[in-house]
Design a protein around this ligand. Sequence first.
Ligand SMILES: [Zn+2]
Length: 160
Amino acid sequence: MPDLVTHTAAAYFLSRSRRFEQVRALFYLGALLPDLLARPIYILFPKLFFFTVAIHTPAFMIIVTLLFSEFFPGKSRSAAATWLFAGIMLHFMLDFFQRHLLTGYYWLFPFSWRSFELPLFWPETPVRFIPLWIALIAATEAALFLRKRRLTATHADGSP
Ligand SMILES: [Zn+2]
C-alpha cells in the first residue's frame, strides 16, 4: 500500500483537468477508499487480518461502489459509480506495483486466493517522496492561482 498522501497525489495529478470538476471529489474518495475501509480494521483488530483481507479487493469495492452510488439520484448515479470506481482502480493500480514480504493482495477474491503483483517498490519507498508530492502540488496550485489572478486582472479593465 502506498501511503494515503501518495494515493491522493496520484488522484490530484490525474484529475487536474476541468472536465473532472464535477466528479473530482468522488475520484479522490475512490483513490483512498480501499485503505480507509480496510486499514482501521487491520490496526484495531490485527488478529482478524485474514478474515478482513476481502475488504481490500476489487470484488468488495464493487459492492461498496454500488451501495454508495445508491445515495445519488437518477442520472447522476451511474456517473457517481463510475468515478468512484475509477478512483478505486487507480488505488489498486498503485498497490499492484508494491512488493510484499509475505502475501500480497487478493485481486481475484472470491474466485481465487492467489496473490500476485508487479513488485517495483517496497511499502516505505513512496513515503520518501511525500515532500516531493506536496511540493509539486503546492507549485501547481500556486501556478494556477497566479494564472487565474493574471486573467482576472487582465479582464478587470473591461476588456473581453
Ligand atoms: Zn491499498
